[in-house]
Design a binder for this molecule. Structure first.
Ligand code: PLP
Length: 383
């Protein structure tokens, strides 16, 4: 049986051009970028070319790019790097209730360290209100961190408005751009970010490489202490092959807006044929590749398994913890009931998806929903 991939928000395949570049670098460019000999200089050159390519893609200078081990580290470096800077008085951070755990759990750690955190709510549309961010600012606010687009719903947040508010209040603004950066054009300077996280495996580079944009003049406390790599912002021998791959993926100038028509076709097909199917989040303000749909009376996890058996890989926002299916914190924050949140499935498109695959997926969803809808939830949870 053929299998088709509709889970690009979890991770996306390495692009063929990137794979060629990566293989070559792993085989031939093995020097340490800090070494002064020929091999070291070759590695250094590859690293700096990659930095330039990432900077160009994001609209900043190469000195403003710090390579990290991925999105999680970029988010942690931004959150801890700013919030742990020495400051007088009580420190306070503003974030949202729908962030990825890479930000949410970093903020939880800050709270344990005595730093106060405000978690902004979202409406049913899955969007933070910029005015709420403005109202939450107070003396002692050292950071605002609001994601660019949510990984479960794809909903874009009003980051430019929040950036303007943050700038006016002289508070650094970080945005987790992992679901956006590299996939569609983003200009960090024009959009007003002070810090912006990206992750390679979301746009054609391998897992384990990412970057944080740090605007010139923004001081960061390092997370990793060791050598003077990355201008003292991230110690550790550089992952030259990974950085090169990130640079290569960035230079492909992908534009995932082209997946918008396919996503809309998928949504139309499902909503038109599955009674009780509903899209979660603001359909007017989303990344082009993501659809989050609740299927009334059907367990999302069961739908994921049923679709996998028919050859289609999708995901549910629910997390399985100690045998119980926990509903997504994002959908709960949007005001969905636990039952509706548990019935949700995320479809995320990317390179390789075709109209034929989408039509096949629609058929598989319609058949699975009809089948699962007839099974009582008690039976499903026992599957
Ligand atoms: N932030 C968001 C919005 C994500 O979707 C992810 C990954 O799923 C991350 C951060 C973490 O990135 P990484 O897997 O590169 O650590």
């Amino acid at each position: 049986m053929q299998h088709f991939y509709f889970d690009h928000n979890a991770t996306s395949p390495v692009a063929p051009e990137v794979l060629r570049d990566l293989t070559e670098a792993m085989a031939e460019v093995y020097g340490n970028a800090s070494s002064i000999h020929h091999f070291g200089q070759a590695a250094k050159q590859r690293l700096e070319n990659a930095r330039r390519a990432v900077a160009e893609r994001l609209g900043c200078t190469d000195r403003e790019i710090v390579f990290t081990s991925g999105g999680t580290e970029a988010d942690n470096l931004a959150v801890f790097g700013i919030a742990r800077r020495p400051a007088r008085g009580q420190r306070h951070v503003i974030t949202s209730s729908i962030e990825h755990p890479a930000v949410l759990n970093a903020c939880g750690q800050l709270e344990r360290e005595g730093i106060e955190v405000t978690y902004l709510p979202v409406g049913r549309d899955g969007r933070v209100k910029a005015d709420d961010a403005k109202r939450a600012i107070r003396p002692g606010t050292v950071l605002i961190s609001i994601m660019h687009a949510n990984n479960e719903t794809g909903v874009l947040q009003p980051v430019e408005e929040i950036a303007a508010i943050a700038r006016h209040a002289s508070v650094p603004f970080h945005s987790d751009g992992v679901q956006v950066g590299g996939r569609v054009p983003v200009n960090v300077r024009e959009m007003g970010f002070d810090l912006y996280s990206i992750s390679g495996h979301k746009f054609g580079a391998p897992k384990g490489i990412g970057a944080l944009f740090v605007r010139k003049g923004v001081e960061l406390a390092a997370l990793m202490h060791g050598g003077h790599h990355e201008r003292d912002r991230r110690a550790g021998t550089e992952n030259v092959a990974g950085a090169g791959a990130l640079g290569k993926a960035a230079s492909l100038n992908a534009d995932w807006n082209s997946f918008g028509d396919l996503r809309d076709r998928l949504e139309r097909g499902i909503l038109g044929q599955v009674p009780g199917a509903r899209v979660n989040g603001d359909t007017g303000s989303r990344v082009p590749n993501t659809a989050n749909i609740s299927f009334e009376g059907v367990e999302g996890e069961a739908m994921v398994i049923a679709l996998d058996l028919r050859g289609y890989a999708v995901s549910s926002g629910s997390a399985c913890s100690s045998g119980a299916v926990e509903p997504s914190h994002v959908l709960l924050a949007m005001g969905l009931t636990a039952e509706d949140a548990r019935s949700s499935v995320r479809f995320s498109l990317g390179p390789g998806n075709t109209v034929e695959q989408v039509d096949g997926l629609i058929e598989a969803v319609v058949a699975s929903a009809a089948h699962l809808g007839r099974i009582s939830p008690a039976v499903v949870s026992a599957v």
